[in-house]
Design a protein around this ligand. Structure first.
Ligand code: SF4
Ligand code: SF4
Length: 146
């Protein structure tokens, strides 16, 4: 058995669950979290922390899709161990239905995208050492919006 994060987390991402996990097995996407089922030790302490009941044991009926999503996305998204800021409009979405179809994002947390972009820029700069530098229009603000 493991615990999984389900649809209710999408666009809410309150993050009350993160700091109670003894094995740090939460991973952060653009607008939700997932649990790595292979790291979760089934202690269950995160389940009552979630204000929208988005954490469920995978023994509940109909969660096969969510178990698979938690497994695959936790392999791609960055690990998160500290509670961050919930989205400012999280409360507007906490009772909404069908959030997966409307808002699901497969992308990792924005900070991970920025880290990857930074790594690519560093690599590009290194490969250009000794050559004339190209004109670059990327600013800190425009990179943050990529
Ligand atoms: S507490 Fe619930 S809504 Fe908040 S991030 Fe964790 S699973 Fe998502
Ligand atoms: S059940 Fe325990 S180990 Fe699994 S995610 Fe929740 S707090 Fe972490």
């Amino acid at each position: 058995m493991t615990y999984v994060v389900i649809e209710a987390c999408i666009k809410c991402k309150y993050m009350d669950c993160i700091e109670v996990c003894p094995v740090d097995c939460f991973y952060e996407g653009e607008n939700m979290l997932v649990i790595n089922p292979d790291e979760c030790i089934d202690c269950g302490v995160c389940e009552p922390e979630c204000p929208v009941e988005a954490i469920q044991p995978d023994t509940e009926k109909g969660l096969e899709k969510w178990l698979e999503l938690n497994r695959s996305l936790s392999a791609e998204w960055p690990n998160i161990t500290r509670k961050g800021e919930a989205p400012a409009d999280a409360d507007n979405f906490k009772d909404e239905k069908d959030k997966f179809d409307k808002y699901f994002s497969k992308y990792p947390a924005k900070r991970e995208r920025q880290r990857l972009i930074g790594a690519i820029l560093v690599r590009l700069c290194r490969s250009r050492i000794g050559r004339p530098l190209p004109k670059c229009n990327i600013t800190r603000d425009s990179a943050a919006n990529l």
